[in-house]
Design a protein around this ligand. Structure first.
Ligand code: ZN
Length: 319
């Protein structure tokens, strides 16, 4: 019902206005929640969970990891989506116009002080910017930036966050549902391409020859993947490669249902594979529907030819 310029004009009227209702954390900063967050993140600094360690650093009580600032005010999880009160109308405007895809593109946070056990965090949120329509790898869309200001129980600022999302129109929205679509009915849309750089060119050149190459540090001998310029163990910049045998096991997996991007079939299993050589990589499966995935199963390397000359490594059940 909106044409594109109307949508943009309407969305721009939100700039400078409240993006969602001001929100106060449901719980004060507390050690049990911090401990679970630290465990999930692999954070081991004791000042976040241990009163003595915090006091030794000059704090009155355990402090919250700065990156948890927003966590305290997150909306309650609801299987059906956000409560009406927690909605962000400028984003709903795009949803209603068919721009139903969303991907977070930037999060910038600033902290004024550590939050301490017992602090209660609140935020206000203002729409900072709405971009003109952009053509992106995911589809056409608009970048929406929201500025959050966080305060403590006395109304004093404790930090702020700039949160930018891309609201895009998934190209499959106009195509038949994947379950009934044959290949010919798929929209012409290029498969996403890897960003090939000086550091990973060897890897993609190997894949094009149907060889999976693993980077090997010349300093300490450690294997690593994905490719990078320096060894994370000894920081050496010297490296060579070894060719993977192709024998692997399924270490973990997820099954993607949303968002539905063009050129992929859903539900889409995404595998985390542990190669016999010991490194892990993310890859697609072949002949591996979601109900056949079993952690620990033996896998063999193969290659999928996306287009002539463009191959991706993939894994199939071992025979
Ligand atoms: Zn090394």
């Amino acid at each position: 019902m909106n044409d594109v310029s109307d949508l943009y004009t309407q969305a721009r009227t939100w700039v400078g206005k409240q993006a969602t209702r001001p929100t106060t954390a449901r719980d004060p900063v507390n050690v049990p929640m911090v401990r679970r967050w630290c465990e999930a993140m692999g954070e081991t600094n004791p000042i976040f969970v241990d009163a003595d360690a915090a006091r030794a650093e000059g704090f009155a009580a355990p402090v919250s990891p700065p990156a948890m600032m927003e966590v305290w005010t997150m909306a309650q999880y609801r299987p059906g989506g956000r409560l009406k009160d927690d909605s962000i109308p400028v984003l709903e405007l795009f949803d209603n116009a068919g721009y139903t895809g969303v991907v977070a593109t930037n999060i910038e946070q600033e902290y004024d002080r550590y939050l301490v056990e017992g602090d209660t965090v609140s935020f206000t949120a203002v729409v900072d910017d709405v971009s003109e329509e952009k053509r992106t790898g995911l589809g056409i869309g608009h970048f929406v930036t929201i500025r959050y200001e966080f305060t403590d129980q006395n109304g004093e600022p404790v930090g702020r966050m700039l949160f930018r999302v891309l609201k895009f129109k998934p190209n499959l929205a106009q195509a038949p549902a994947p379950a009934v679509a044959d290949d010919a009915a798929k929209p012409a849309f290029p498969h996403p391409r890897p960003a090939i750089t000086h550091d990973n060119a060897f890897y993609w050149e190997g894949i094009a020859r149907r060889e999976l190459l693993i980077q090997k540090c010349s300093g300490c001998g450690e294997l690593r993947h994905p490719p990078g310029p320096a060894c994370p163990h000894c920081h050496s910049l010297e490296w060579d490669t070894v060719k993977a045998s192709g024998k692997a096991t399924l270490y973990s997996h997820v099954v993607m249902h949303q968002p539905r991007l063009p050129t992929f079939d859903y539900p889409l299993p995404v595998l985390l594979v542990e190669l016999e050589e010991g490194v892990r990589m993310v890859a697609n499966g072949i002949d591996l529907p979601a109900d056949k995935l079993a952690i620990g199963m033996k896998l063999d390397l193969d290659f999928i030819e996306i287009e002539p000359g463009y191959l991706l490594p993939a894994f199939r059940p071992s025979r």
